[in-house]
Design a binder for this molecule. Structure first.
Ligand code: MN
Ligand code: MN
Length: 468
């Protein structure tokens, strides 16, 4: 057999090997510009809406402007109609009616809009040595030590006894004060530094400094607390008991910013999972006359395990799909069985500083596109819905035909940990479901990192899938 030339070997490799190139090598100048413009919108969104309630309000406001109608069971619907459902101000479903019979199923894209953070306890306010504090209870899986000594903002609602509601958002505007959790100075931290990492900062040490000026008086104690409560009463009309029925969340006060000399990356709080939910929302807006009815669901409570009536372990998605089916005199169960879903959530990007936690042939890389994950889970695929080869094949064809830059990878080396998403809960409704999402570095840290080309690839993937 004659020896092959270098060129022949190269050609044969191109034909037979899987391709995996940097997105920028595969995008033309025009697409790169469109990608950068999209990411400007994304950053503006990140600075406007930081919590599930704020995203819910932002999204519904935009949906109404774009002509989406609030869904009512039994309403008459026609191809091209756009509807939405507001689940308790914390989750939202939006849909565009397709030209095909609803019995052929819907194209679903699900992402979550809650992110790890610090929630205030129901008795949050106290004073210690003339400093005023809020007690917190962390939400989601965090490295607690990362949340000290960073500027924090406060978001949420306080519901008074009469049912009226006060919205709180302080620490985001340039003139606003911020809040702060202290850490020990290194000079005196010998003992603390010997604690194991989960204990370096303990849950009960995540106390937020909120003030230090006493109420002017010659006698009495808790005068700092009194002065703070007086301020809060003047600003929000509340008394201490109103905290009982409040949901206040402290999040990093950082703005989303370009990272790097080349501005190719974005640093922000809460990319997980706004970096999927924002593109999914935008994809929904862009879909006008799909064949299959397209549905985007932005859910709450993913970070605490999806329980509760705004999380995807509850029945609100099922109820919506059944009610939607009934509008067409169809059987909800049959519609679900014929439906297909992208479960859009972030994945761990390969971090060259910590290479040992990922397996290099099966992990996501920054700037290599949106990452499709056949299965999640821990140990022996525990807790995964594991998409079928047939469905992976279908998604692969849809993404390739749509010119989407994508890759495949799993979250971490086998037996090193793992994690789950909402995919399993949607698949349990008998819906073909697969995980897809943007690779993130420093996931769940106060400031996370993503690559712009991957954000764009996520939007492209959701759009072509919703239109398939
Ligand atoms: Mn997530
Ligand atoms: Mn997460």
């Amino acid at each position: 057999m004659p020896k092959k030339t270098k060129d022949e070997v190269k050609a044969l490799k191109e034909q037979l090997f899987a391709q995996n190139r940097h997105a920028a090598q595969r995008m033309d100048e025009l697409e790169l510009q469109t990608c950068n413009k999209f990411c400007e919108d994304y950053k503006a969104f990140m600075n406007t809406a930081k919590t599930e309630r704020e995203i819910n309000a932002f999204v519904i406001d935009e949906l109404q402007k774009q002509g989406y109608q609030e869904f009512q069971p039994g309403m008459k619907l026609h191809p091209g109609d756009k509807i939405y459902l507001n689940n308790r101000g914390k989750a939202v479903i939006m849909a565009t009616i397709g030209t095909a019979d609803i019995r052929e199923g819907v194209r679903l894209c699900a992402a979550h809009i809650d992110s790890p953070r610090l929630d205030m306890k129901q008795h949050p306010l106290y004073e210690n040595q003339e400093i005023g504090y809020f007690k917190t209870h962390y939400y989601g899986g965090i490295k607690k030590y990362q949340w000290t000594t960073v500027p924090l903002s406060l978001h949420g609602v306080i519901v008074k006894k009469d049912g009226s509601k006060v919205t709180v958002r302080i620490g985001e505007d340039e003139e606003d004060p911020v809040f702060y959790i202290t850490d020990l100075l290194p000079h005196l931290a010998d003992e603390q530094m010997r604690r194991t990492a989960p204990q370096i900062i303990k849950g009960e040490e995540l106390n937020i400094v909120i003030g230090s000026m006493p109420f002017k008086s010659d006698n009495g104690n808790e005068l700092v607390k009194l002065a703070l409560m007086k301020l809060l009463n003047e600003k929000y009309g509340i008394t201490e008991e109103d905290f009982l029925s409040a949901e206040l969340e402290a999040v990093p006060a950082y703005k989303a910013k370009d990272v790097g000399f080349d501005r190719s990356l974005i640093g922000a709080y809460g990319h997980d999972d706004k970096v999927c939910s924002y593109p999914a929302f935008r994809a929904s807006l862009s879909v006008t006359a799909p064949e299959h009815t397209s549905v985007v669901i932005l859910t709450d409570k993913e970070e605490t395990g999806s329980d509760g009536n705004t999380g995807l372990k509850s029945s609100y998605l099922k109820y919506f799909l059944c009610d939607l089916a009934e509008c067409f005199s169809a059987n909800g169960r049959a519609v679900m069985s014929a439906s297909k879903c992208l479960s859009a959530d972030v994945n761990a990007g390969f971090d060259p500083t910590f290479p040992e936690v990922l397996e290099r042939n099966n992990c996501a890389y920054l700037n290599h596109g949106v990452c499709v994950t056949k299965f999640t889970g821990a140990r022996g695929k525990s807790g995964t819905s594991d998409a079928s080869a047939e469905f992976v094949g279908e998604v692969r064809r849809i993404l390739d035909d749509g010119g989407v830059i994508w890759q495949t990878g799993e979250l971490g080396r086998v037996d090193l940990g793992g994690g789950g998403t909402v995919a399993a809960y949607i698949a349990n409704l008998d819906i073909d479901t697969i995980d897809i999402g943007v690779p993130v570095l420093s996931m769940h840290a106060p400031y996370e990192l993503v690559a712009k080309t991957d954000v764009w690839a996520a939007y492209r993937a959701f759009k072509v899938f919703l239109e398939s």
